[in-house]
Design a protein around this ligand. Sequence first.
Ligand code: ATP
Length: 259
Amino acid sequence: MIDVDGVTCRYGGTGAGERDGGGVVAVDDVSLSVPDGEFLVVAGANGSGKTTLVRTFNGLVEPDSGSVSVNGTPVGDDLVAARTAVGMVFQEPRDQFVAATVGADVAFGPENLGLSHAEIDRRVGAALDAVNMGGRGDDRIASLSGGERERVAIAGALAMEPDHLVLDEPFTGLDEPARRSVVDGLRERHRAGTGVVVVTHDLRDVLGLADRVVGLSDGRIAVDAPPDAAVADLPGLDVRVPEGALTDRGGDHVPASDP
Ligand SMILES: Nc1ncnc2c1ncn2[C@@H]1O[C@H](COP(=O)(O)OP(=O)(O)OP(=O)(O)O)[C@@H](O)[C@H]1O
C-alpha cells in the first residue's frame, strides 16, 4: 500500500513553508492511497504534476511538505524498502539502462539486493518471460527496437518483484504492435497480483485495464473515480480518452490507434 498524505512539491523558490511566489508548485496538497494489486491510471495534461507525484512514491522526489509511506513505513526512513516495493520505469527508458546486454541489465537490481546467483537467474528469467523477451538475455540493448527497450526496462523493474510497478508514459514513441505488447504484459502482471500505476495523458491503451483513474490538474486531484465514472471529466483536463469511451465502454481491452 502506498499512502500519500497532504503532499506538496515545488521546484525553485526559497524552500519549504513558502506558499506563494516560491517557484513552481508541481504537486499541491495531494492525498492518495494506492492499495496493493490496484491498476491505477494517473492522467492529466502536460505539466499537471503526474511525474513529480509518482516520483514521491519511492523517494526520487522528496516532498516539501506532507508525507509518503509504503507498507506503513515513511519512504525517507527506508529508501531501500520503498524502492524494492515500488518499481519505477522512467519516461525515457534509455535513462535507466546500466549494462550493455539485456540479461546483465535486468540482473543489476537483484544483484544489488545481495541475492544468490540462483535467485538472480530465476528472477531475470521470470522477468524476461513476463515481457515476452525470454531467451534474449545476451542481446545488446543498443540493437533493440523502442518497444523491446521498453519491455526490458519493465523487466528490470519486475526483477525486483515489486508490490507496485509504476510506469511513466510507457507508450511514448511506440508503434501499435509495441504498445499492444506492453499492454499485454501489464495485463498479465496485474492478473498475477502486482499493483500497476501508469502515468499518461492519453488513456487509449489503458482505460480498459484500470481499476481507478486519478486525474491531476495544476498539481491537484481533479478526478478520482473508476474509469466509467472518470471518462466524462477527463477531456476537461486535456486527457485523451478512447473514441466511443464516453458512450460505450466495455470489454477489458481498448484497442490502441495511432495518433
Ligand atoms: N526539475 C524541474 N525543475 C523545475 N520545474 C520542474 C521540474 N520538473 C517539473 N517541473 C515543473 O513542475 C510542473 C509539473 O511537472 P511534472 O513533470 O511533474 O508534470 P507532468 O504532468 O508529469 O508533465 P509531463 O506530462 O509533461 O511529463 C511543471 O510545471 C513542470 O514545468
